[in-house]
Design a protein around this ligand. Structure first.
Ligand code: ZN
Length: 511
């Protein structure tokens, strides 16, 4: 529908989206091109622009446009305009974000931005020296600020609920506890059986592979998966990420390790999945609420962090970490690295990149142990937020859970509690999205296979367009119009369900 008030509201949100995209652009630059000396000023620039985006959203003009749009929609019956029509969703989501930011006092926003800059520098230094006490005072401030945020935003049961809602609307400490309880038992069972099997050969994974050829191979698989390089690019970074400045400029990054080929291959496949989601958003949603996270103040087309992660995991693990993928692509890989791979078969390569080996580092974890790292972090974040765990007791608590779950003895805090960037950047509540992404990816794949038995044949032939077409139709095109749970119900007939994920892991790692 066209209505003056919606146009006025649309213009206000478009301006917010523009500022948020400028922030994303500065962030992309800082992580790919910027010399280290620029870090401090860049932090200030981003804080200024974030404040500006928030001010634009909370301006009286936005509120007036919002109220006028609400009045215009109220007068329309559900028959004239469906309850889930884009217009209704735009207005409802803008109202929700408006109410959210209005509850948070401005001084908390400023304090958070200021803390982020110094905490990150302190964390980098503390991690290099494995010195948790040096980082602890910053983490204490971060937790205190997060609690103030939770109190300002409001929650019913647990202060963590207010934090996780930004990344995964609908999830709470209690809902995650339920999800994890079932997952933990299932994963434990599969992990024990998988570990009883003989370890595959993996010596060749650490042979020297030149970066330039790794890049060429990465570009080829991203293109084969359908990533559009006329609307995207692949750059080098330390911690791989994807960022979009509208669907027509979606950038992915990866890292290259000469002595560990899988890092760039699966990193690129992962970020390609994120990139495909953003490139697939309906063009009509560009610069609207449906391509802007107005609560998290982040320009993104994906509907939740978990939904986004489901698409990256799908391409990384279900597509690229499969025997049929390597039956198709291993000859090309072998040709690119004849010295490293001449005595290796496609099957040996697949087995090596799916070997199971519990380790200390989350980002290096295999598919069977990854979620234990997530559950540990969520358990600890909940305890920090409700005060049942103090920052000074954190390393001990961390190490105890890793021993309980994976039977590992953490050698030092750099390999333990200091490994992730998240807390130093003021982020609490985002970890659960990784596991939700794993669960959702398997659920979506299971449903798509069920409705189209020819899907596996096309994947085995190296044709990824049939899969991409389905994902675009069911998920990508909708941007933020539907919630993660709505997308799941529309695609699989039910809400988040760990059963297909456990069945997928069992089939892949136990057989
Ligand atoms: Zn990801």
């Amino acid at each position: 529908m066209n209505h003056e008030s919606l146009t006025a509201l649309g213009e206000r949100v478009a301006a917010v989206n523009d500022v948020l995209n400028a922030i994303s652009c500065l962030t992309w630059d800082s992580r790919t091109m910027m010399p280290p000396g620029g870090a401090e000023t860049r932090g200030r620039q981003i804080a200024t622009l974030t404040g500006l985006a928030r001010d634009l959203l909370l301006a009286p003009e936005t509120e007036a446009a919002l109220e006028a749009a609400e009045r215009a929609l109220e007068s329309l019956s559900p028959e004239a305009l469906a309850p889930d029509a884009p217009e209704r969703r735009i207005v409802a989501q803008t109202r929700q974000a408006f109410a959210y930011h209005r509850r948070i006092p401005g001084h908390l926003v400023t304090e958070r931005a200021a803390l982020r800059t110094v905490a990150q520098a302190a964390w980098i230094d503390a991690r290099a020296r494995s010195d948790f006490p040096a980082f602890a005072p910053y983490l204490e401030k971060t937790v205190a600020l997060a609690r103030s945020y939770a109190n300002a935003v409001g929650f019913t049961d647990h202060p963590y609920d207010a934090m996780v809602a930004v990344y995964e609307p609908g999830e709470t400490a209690a809902s995650l506890r339920r999800l994890f309880a079932g997952l933990r038992i299932g994963l434990r069972y599969i992990l024990d059986q998988a570990r009883a099997r003989p370890a595959p050969r993996a010596d060749f994974l650490v042979r020297d592979c030149a970066e330039a050829e790794q890049r060429v191979f990465g570009l080829a698989i991203a293109e084969a998966m359908g990533y559009d390089f006329a609307r995207g690019r692949l750059d080098t970074t330390v911690h791989p990420f994807e960022v979009s400045f509208t669907r027509n400029d979606v950038r992915i990054t990866t890292r290259y390790n000469r002595r560990y080929l899988p890092a760039s291959i699966f990193g690129t496949a992962h970020e390609t999945g994120h990139g495909l989601y953003e490139q697939g958003v309906d063009p009509a949603y560009t610069r609207t609420t449906l391509a802007t996270d107005l609560v998290g103040l982040y320009a993104v087309g994906g509907t939740s962090f978990g939904a986004h992660e489901s698409q990256s995991r799908l391409f990384e693990n279900h597509v690229a970490r499969s025997p049929t993928f390597w039956a198709v692509h291993f000859p090309g890989l072998q040709k690119a690295f004849p010295d490293a791979l001449s005595d290796v078969t496609a099957d040996e390569f697949y087995r090596a990149v799916t070997r199971v080996e519990p380790g200390f580092i989350r980002v290096e974890a295999d598919e069977l142990t990854y979620d234990f790292h997530i559950m540990l972090r969520v358990e600890i974040e909940c305890a920090l937020m409700d005060g049942s765990l103090s920052v000074s007791d954190l390393p001990e608590a961390w190490n105890a859970v890793l021993r309980r779950d994976l039977d590992l003895v953490v050698p030092d805090d750099a390999h333990g509690v200091l490994q992730d960037v998240h807390w130093s950047s003021g982020t609490i509540g985002s970890f659960a999205s990784y596991t939700i992404g794993n669960v959702m990816a398997a659920q979506v794949m299971d449903a798509l296979r069920g409705e189209d038995p020819s899907l596996d044949a096309s994947l085995a032939a190296g044709a990824y367009a049939p899969l991409a077409d389905k994902l675009r139709e069911r998920i990508w095109q909708h941007g933020r119009r539907f919630s993660r749970e709505e997308l799941l119900v529309r695609t699989t007939g039910r809400g988040l369900d760990p059963e297909p994920y456990l069945a997928y892991l069992h089939g892949k790692y136990v057989g």
